[in-house]
Design a binder for this molecule. Structure first.
Ligand code: ZN
Length: 288
């Protein structure tokens, strides 16, 4: 019986997305690294990297970490800098490592996200399991302010721009842009040094991901891009990412022209690309 239970845990571990597994090993406490005037990158703890703008009269946070401990640490770090309230928490998208911590913040916080991100809070999981956010008791922690294309928030007199450039990693990923610093927080829309995630089960799409990033570069004058799971990126690194994705799509289309199966195509690439290969394969097959 014990062995069976152990085996079940093993199966559950296998089914977890990589970031959830990775986060279990994170031991560094949450820290706020200063990256601009009153602007910080929120690192460490359990969950993705986010951001914090500490205004004179209030705080805007970007993404929420994943558990009570990391949220408590985040709030403790903020309290070292200001005693003003957290006014806004902006979720860059609906993945658990960015939103699960929402429910550990005070109810008075205004949660903000793209309209599609709010919808995705209720989306069943990868295996079709119902969303835990369907519990009515959690309603105060689900984004109550949503937008479609663009919205500005003001913390004191400081304008913070929220932009939606289209479907990509999910259907509701946004960019939080601080124009006075030319700094953008892009959530999980670009990683450096690890394979891009595209959540097709939520409606994400790799071809639209490329268009979305191109639109971001055209629209925003940003020069620094902070990512949920990698080090700082610049415009050239994002262009490289776009080109690599296009190249991958072209290669897979080429293999499909030669009637290669998905399994055959997978063998041409590294193991960690398995999911993205399948996603692109399915997208091309659906379009043909
Ligand atoms: Zn993430």
């Amino acid at each position: 019986m014990k062995a069976f239970v152990k085996f079940c845990f093993f199966l559950i571990a296998l089914s977890l997305p990589w970031y959830a597994v990775a986060q279990q090993n994170v031991t560094s406490p949450v820290s706020l690294d200063r990256i601009g005037d009153n602007l910080y990158e929120v690192k460490g703890g359990s969950g993705a990297n986010g951001g914090a703008f500490i205004g004179e009269y209030g705080v805007l946070l970007i993404d929420a970490k994943m558990n009570q401990e990391s949220v408590d640490q985040t709030i403790r770090e903020i309290r070292k800098l200001t005693d003003k309230p957290i006014r806004f928490l902006v979720n860059t998208h609906s993945d658990g490592d960015h939103v699960s911590g929402n429910k550990f913040f005070p109810e008075s916080v205004v949660f903000v996200a793209h309209a599609n991100c709010r919808k995705e809070f209720f989306h069943p999981g990868r295996k079709g399991e119902p969303s835990s956010w369907s519990d009515p008791a959690l309603e105060p922690y689900i984004p109550s302010v949503t937008f479609s294309n663009q919205m500005d928030l003001y913390v004191d007199a400081q304008k913070v721009e929220l932009w939606y450039f289209g479907i990509g990693h999910t259907t509701g990923d946004i960019v939080v842009y601080f124009p006075h610093e030319r700094i953008a927080f892009v959530g999980d829309q670009v990683f450096k040094g690890r394979v891009q995630l595209i959540h097709s089960y939520k409606g994400g799409n790799s071809f639209k991901h490329v268009e979305t990033l191109e639109k971001m570069l055209e629209t925003l004058d940003a020069e620094k891009f902070y990512s949920g799971h990698s080090e700082l990126l610049d415009r050239d690194m994002i262009r490289v990412h776009i080109n690599e994705m296009k190249e991958l799509q072209k290669k897979i289309a080429g293999f499909m022209d030669k009637k290669n199966t998905l399994e055959e195509i997978r063998k041409e690439f590294s193991k960690d690309q398995s999911n993205i290969i399948e996603t692109i394969y399915n997208e091309i097959a659906a379009a043909r």
